[in-house]
Write a protein that binds this ligand. Sequence first.
Ligand code: F6P
Length: 546
Amino acid sequence: MHATYDSSPSDQLAVHKQVLEKTSISELFSQQADRFNEMSCSAAGITLDYSKNIASSQTLELLFDLARQRQLEDAIQKLVRGAPVNVTEARPALHTALRNPVHLDEDVAAAVGGTFAEMEKFVRAVHEGEWRGFSGERIRDVVNIGIGGSDLGPLMVTEALKPYKKPFVDCHFVSNVDAGDLSEVLKSLNPRTTLFIIASKTFTTLETLTNASTAREWLVSAAGSNESVVSKHFVAVSANVAKAVEFGVVEDNVFPLWDWVGGRYSLWSAIGLPIALAVGMDNFNALRAGAGEMDKHFTTAPLEQNMPVIMGLLGVWYVNFWDAHTHAVLPYDHYLRFFTKYLQQLDMESNGKRAVLAGGNVDGHTGPVIWGDVGTNGQHSFHQLLHQGTRLIPVDFIAVLKSHNPVGDHHSLLFSSCLSQSRALMTGKSLQQAQQGFQAMGYTADEALALAPHKEMPGNRPSNTLVMEQVTPESLGALIALYEHKVYVQSVIWGINAFDQWGVELGKVLCQDIHAVIERQETGEALDDSTMGLIERYWQEHNACK
Ligand code: F6P
């Protein structure tokens, strides 16, 4: 089933899909001599090859018509000019202003500039050993305590930029309320030389506050129950300064955040502090500059050459017209191994919505499930389903031309693996080819006929390939901004708000209720039989342990 829009582009796309169903990507290549050149574009150091899609130039024209019908060009300008595009929370989503503060009013621009200056000062103090712990020793380890956008972005970037790491401190990330997370990190750390960053926009997040309190106990007990040491070992990044101060962070050590920066768009702000501590402020600024280049492209390129627009529209094409439920993102670079995990929050927390801003619910589907892992590891696990499973799963391959570790032929093998996967997905293997293969192996004609369907690969599975020279701060910044904008494009087409996340609230409230029952502060009368049965199982275990 496809989404229905209120005028012709979507109807035309639905009809057009029936035509394209009768052809294949390989046939489209034979019909269009210069298909790679015509269906690829470059911006901010990234090349997008979208020629291996089930799409002709007519498909793209219809998709651009759809975008214009949805007033996408206007929506792009609204985003970067600070219009309240986060309509349900009546505020802008101005993450782009953290890369290119051109559209900020003077007060806000001064606050942003001031924060970056404070970050720079702090990073220098830690790197140069001016910032000392309670024993007078310099800081050697930094632990970022945060979750969701206050964890995934900084973690992904810090790992991706490991080749740029400065030698001064090691950064660690703790997110889960499962004490295993914090305990495993603390095991190898020295309280005298460890600094904690409490990263929480709201400073009310259960996981973060629980971990922060436990970390504080660990520190204070190592300092002979001296509470005053907290100020030397804890800084915070938050929009809720009062709560951070209440926790024990000195007000001057609370780096501000603003309500116009969404959690999953916040790595460009002081939430990026662990990035700056790991790779230096120069590289953090280069990351922002790379994103700024992609912003420029997004806001100035015509739709027909606009990379985030093209990626967003092709995604809509598969979700709404080809019934694709999921979208795989497969980076062929070890340093990008957390990229898909980061993208899951960016995309699914943004576009996992059903309520349309114009009223009512969306007719059809919105954001797909985003999944994937680093290549080549996925090839020896879930790629089987990509090649022979029953579902159509569009794929984004991300490849780099130059390795940070040029050892033997590792990199040419990695790059070849990436290209061979997109090619295999496109061409597949016919029943006849499979049959001939079995016969060549010595099977009888009957045996080959029986076995061939198990080796047949339907092919015609679409993919984009993104290529960059190397994972650098600039190219990584551009890549992240590309996906941020792709997500926004899709939200505009679907008419949903990409910037709230109210779907996560109910679970938070219920957790408090259930925790009160588990701790026997409430009776749990209102709970269902299953939940109560499981709580009783928990009680049995804990009573048995007493
Ligand atoms: O629960 C979802 C969420 O609100 C995310 O949107 C956010 O990134 C994360 O929690 C962390 O929130 P905070 O930074 O306020 O602790």
